[in-house]
Design a protein around this ligand. Structure first.
Ligand code: 5CA
Ligand code: ZN
Length: 450
């Protein structure tokens, strides 16, 4: 991102970043499109609609930007820039949904949203214009069906993050942290290299709060009018922040091949007389790999090879191929992955070899990310142990669920209760004495969230 745009909390996508975004969101769209439909609603929401659902208003009132003038005229009804789109979408759902045959309805859109964030703003992580807000809004005939949709959405997000090789932990947010207007919220978080957590997706069971407010009803099979049950779930460009932070190293980006705008860079090692021969062998290799479907770049610039290596490493290219006179004589190519694994491959079998190396690379960065995450999770039986654990990671404690005990934890360990009902294959959960009051507690995460 270019952070020099002269409005706080707004950032500009550089083309390389945007190319990554395009690939990440293509994965997301492909997953959504399996059983959702994409749609597009307006950015502006009339105040009259915005001000209907009490809990929702309360949650967002301090974060909304308002448009109050059109040219020289005061608007009769001020318009909110959507901070999220419930209040834009649900009045229309009320018109669209008539009978049980219209349900379930599962729509999503990818849009910009605006939140006047007062916490420290950061590129990709806490923006005032969220440029890449994927929000899904579903409607169901029963609460149970909506609840199942929540589980499916959590699963969908897990699958999405698996494609990005980013490990996530699902958990249920405490009551006071849930989405304004929801029955409950489930979030997926990842652990950043500094041990702090990043919430990279949330799924909310809205129940019938919004359908009662916006009058979203349907005629059931017996001909009776019923209020519908709803869910919504969202992901933002924080998903890209997660990829950047979880995989990157001191030399720059490390990108999973599936989202790398350039998957393979070919660097010709040109020495004196054999220049043409090397360049033509490199071009031949480029052709072959392109035809096989890889995104390949042959770097012909007049620069030292070392400077090129550095340049492409910073941009996260998963694989570098080096070809010089000695390789031509031996009919080989040197392949070096972004994490430094080096292979000498046969030029005739280059396509197959590259395919294998890239698949392996992907598994390696995935495994490395999982290991890094697991290493930062520690079970704690006392507040002292929890305080120690959250210095550079996440603590798993027993917690009774009360807000008093959550506050006590927060005071003692300078971290907060992130969630309970933990969903992770890497975390063992159990029942035990609350870390504060000793009452019956469930496993909960204590973390320092971004
Ligand atoms: N309407 C619901 C579901 S779409 C909603 O707005 N949920 S949310 O408020 O939890 O936002 C969804 C996700 O967007 C969050 O989990 C978080 O990952 C991301 N997000 C929220 N605020 C910001 C922000 N200011 N900048 C970047 N990402 C954000
Ligand atoms: Zn307690």
């Amino acid at each position: 991102m270019d952070v020099r745009y002269p409005v706080k909390g707004l950032y500009v996508w550089f083309p390389h970043g945007f190319a990554i975004r395009k690939r990440v969101y293509q994965i997301l769209r492909d997953l959504m499109d399996r059983d959702h439909q994409e749609t597009l609603f307006p950015l502006l929401v009339p105040e009259s609609e915005f001000m209907k659902e009490a809990a929702h208003i309360k949650g967002f009132e301090n974060e909304v930007y308002w448009v109050t003038r059109g040219g020289g005229n005061e608007l009769e009804v001020p318009l909110a820039l959507r901070p999220t789109s419930e209040t834009a979408i649900y009045p229309m759902y009320a018109l669209w949904i008539r009978s049980h045959a219209d349900l379930p309805l599962k729509l999503y859109q990818v849009v910009n949203t605006f939140r006047y964030e007062t916490k420290h703003t950061r590129p990709l992580i806490r923006l005032r214009e969220i440029t890449s807000f994927k929000e899904a809004h579903t409607v169901h005939a029963t609460w149970e069906e909506a609840e199942r949709q929540v589980e499916e959405a959590v699963e969908l997000y897990r699958t999405f993050y698996e494609r990005l090789c980013v490990p996530v932990i699902g958990s249920r947010r405490p009551e006071w942290d849930k989405f304004p207007g929801a029955d409950y919220s489930i979030a997926v978080d990842t652990i950043m290299p500094d041990g702090r957590t990043l919430q990279i997706g949330t799924v909310h069971l809205l129940g019938d709060h919004f359908s009662r407010t916006y009058n979203i009803t349907f005629e059931d099979v017996h001909g009776e009018q019923q209020y519908a049950y709803q869910t919504c779930y969202g992901i933002s460009e924080r998903s890209i922040a997660a990829v950047v932070s979880v995989h990157g190293d001191d030399r720059g980006l490390v990108l999973p091949p599936e989202i790398a705008p350039i998957q393979i860079v070919i660097v010709p090692i040109i020495v004196g007389k054999r220049r043409d021969e090397v360049l033509s062998a490199a071009a031949d290799l480029e052709d072959k790999l392109c035809s096989a479907g890889f995104a390949v770049k042959l770097d012909r610039r007049e620069m030292r090879p070392g400077a090129k290596y550095y340049y492409w490493e910073m941009r996260g290219v998963p694989l570098r191929l080096e070809i010089g006179p000695r390789d031509i004589d031996a009919n080989t190519v040197v392949a070096v992955t972004r994490i430094g694994e080096r292979h000498t491959i046969d030029r005739r079998g280059a396509v197959e070899a590259v395919f294998t190396i890239l698949s392996r690379f992907r598994e390696q960065i995935r495994a490395r990310a999982v290991q890094n995450m697991v290493d930062r999770i520690r079970h704690a039986e006392t507040l002292d142990e929890a305080a120690e654990a959250v210095k550079d990671g996440v603590a798993v404690v027993h917690w009774c669920g009360s807000q008093e005990c959550a506050s006590a934890v927060e005071e003692a360990v300078d971290a907060s209760i992130l969630g309970s009902d933990i969903r992770s294959e890497h975390i063992e959960t159990s029942i035990g004495p609350c870390i504060v009051c000793g009452g019956t507690g469930k496993s909960a995460l204590v973390a320092r969230p971004y």
